[in-house]
Ligand binder design. Structure first.
Ligand SMILES: NC(=O)c1ccc[n+]([C@@H]2O[C@H](COP(=O)([O-])OP(=O)(O)OC[C@H]3O[C@@H](n4cnc5c(N)ncnc54)[C@H](OP(=O)(O)O)[C@@H]3O)[C@@H](O)[C@H]2O)c1
Length: 336
């Protein structure tokens, strides 16, 4: 089979297709023929050696993929040949709380990834995908959608609440869709007016261009009558967190997810204390969360926002496209 590998060094240019032995499913495993994989910002960091420079090479990156079960090993009962499935991000986080051990089982991080024609995974590490979704759409779910579900729904967003989303990347647009089915009011930022218009079509009530209005937290407070929002889905990291803290209401919550502006910086803890803000780190989510989310996706016929689909031979272009920040929603790679 064909698979991508970083063989001797990190870097987009070092990612190359290699011939590998097609795995056979061991006891408790299913062999999945992948039809599509999707890109996450993390994959870009992994490929560039910025996520974890201690990852052992050769390494196959990417966490998210969807496809068909084509063979099963002994003792498998959760899936059968012909089932349409996706892998869960952390293969050992089935339910309950996150532990250090579960954290190490992330595909394309602690474990080899999904950028291959076939993968053999534990039957426990798979979920069935919603019937109304294409393989590309389903491939967007394991990381970005589950993270958004965790950050918005598991965080307890309620009808009538106000939520602030930063940028129009994968996590933010899933957060927008989940917030809307909850009946919450969405304020979203972007560096592009055109993207803000697209977000309005998806149901965002207010858009703020963070380039033309660098003090966007002020505008958020204005839009909320001076109070601030109930929840911020914080994907920006050190560069945006101080403003997110100013934009959240007293007693509100920040779901801390990403590091788009960088991981390190000075944070003043005083306003977090004085405003009784709950700052909660979020690392994707469990299989249980994935399955609850799928029920909502099916019920509401939600359609993930797929910006562009590249072919298997164009993975390096897909990564460069993500690097450019031109995308609105998810970038996929088709293997069909
Ligand atoms: N903790 C977790 O479990 C978890 C899971 C998934 C992702 N993440 C992290 O979350 C972040 C977002 O991931 P993603 O996959 O959604 O990324 P993505 O799809 O690549 O989205 C990136 C978008 O973020 C926006 N952005 C960039 N700089 C910004 C800034 N200074 N302020 C506001 N928005 C900004 C841009 O939107 P516009 O073009 O509209 O400006 C850009 O298109 C990354 O840091 C990723 O590593 C964490």
């Amino acid at each position: 089979m064909k698979a991508y590998e970083l063989r001797e060094a990190f870097g987009i240019d070092h990612l190359a297709i290699t011939g590998q032995v097609t795995p056979s499913p061991g006891r408790g495993q299913a062999l999945v023929k992948l039809r599509s994989v999707s890109l996450n910002y993390r994959d870009l960091l992994v490929v560039k050696g910025l996520y974890n420079p201690h990852i052992h090479l050769p390494f196959t990156p990417f966490s998210d993929g969807a496809g068909d079960v084509v063979a099963i090993g002994e003792g498998v009962s959760r899936v059968k040949v012909g089932d349409r499935v996706a892998g869960i991000f952390m293969q050992d986080w089935l339910g309950g709380k996150l532990t250090e051990a579960k954290q190490k089982s992330a595909l394309g991080g602690g474990m080899q990834g999904m950028l291959a024609e076939y993968v053999a995974l534990s039957e426990d590490g798979l979920v069935h995908i919603p019937e109304h979704l294409s393989y590309e759409e389903a491939a967007t779910l394991p990381c970005a959608a589950v993270t958004a579900w965790h950050a918005v729904i598991e965080a307890g967003l309620r009808p009538g609440d106000r939520v602030l989303l930063l940028g129009t990347g994968g996590v933010s647009l899933f957060s927008l869709q989940f917030a809307r089915i909850t009946g919450a009011e969405v304020i979203i930022t972007s560096g592009s007016d055109e993207k803000l218009e697209k977000a309005a079509h998806l149901g965002a009530a207010h858009g703020i261009n963070y380039r033309t209005l660098p003090e966007w937290d002020r505008r958020v407070r204005e839009l909320t009558g001076g109070a601030g929002v109930d929840l911020v889905v914080e994907v920006g990291g050190a560069g945006t967190l101080p403003q997110s803290i100013r934009a959240v209401r007293t007693g509100g919550r920040i779901s801390l997810i990403g590091v788009l502006t960088g991981a390190e910086g000075e944070i003043n803890p005083r306003p977090i204390v004085m405003k009784n803000v709950r700052l909660q780190g979020i690392l994707v989510g469990s299989r249980e969360m994935f399955e609850s989310m799928n029920k909502a996706i099916i019920l509401h016929r939600l359609q993930p926002v797929v910006d562009r689909v590249f072919s298997f031979g164009e993975v390096r272009d897909a990564l460069r496209y993500m690097e450019s920040g031109s995308h609105f929603g998810k970038i996929c790679v088709s293997l069909s």
